[in-house]
Design a protein. Structure first.
Length: 145
């Protein structure tokens, strides 16, 4: 997670954006491991391998969905790379219906000159597609303080 990005986030519990970012491992690009805590409500979210995990641990429906993805896809090993890079054009259900639906969104949403944060990106195929069609750009979320 890039330092400074937390300023663009809003706590779903309290609606504020007073965050405390703690890094246990960091490189020149981002916080690789650590946590992000709301200073107002105290809820903390882990950061692992550069990814903020903001999923609600008390949401049973969400937990079942995540478990289902893990059961269906398993760990992302090298053998799955060709499949993941083919998404959303993977020629098996439900992907044959998802690709047109995904790209149809851009007929109604103009993302030109906008920053895009792909929340809930899962295996990140949509992030790759957004970047490849030129509608997304990486921003250096550097803190101004």
């Amino acid at each position: 997670m890039k330092r400074g990005f937390e300023a663009s986030l809003v706590c779903l519990n309290r609606g504020g954006n007073a965050w405390k970012l703690e890094a246990t491992r960091e490189d020149s690009d981002e916080v690789r491991d650590g946590s992000l805590s709301c200073r107002t409500c105290g809820q903390a979210f882990p950061i692992a391998k550069g990814i903020l995990d903001a999923l609600d641990p008390a949401d049973d429906v969400l937990a079942r969905e995540v478990d289902g993805w893990h059961e269906m896809a398993g760990p992302l090993g090298e053998d799955l790379v060709p499949t993941m890079t083919a998404l959303p054009y993977y020629p098996h259900p439900p992907w044959v219906h998802l690709a047109p639906d995904f790209f149809q969104n851009f007929e109604y949403v103009d993302l030109q000159d906008r920053n895009v944060v792909d929340l809930g990106a899962g295996r990140a195929w949509s992030s790759r597609q957004l970047a490849s069609i030129g509608r997304a750009r990486e921003r250096s979320w550097r803190s101004t303080s």
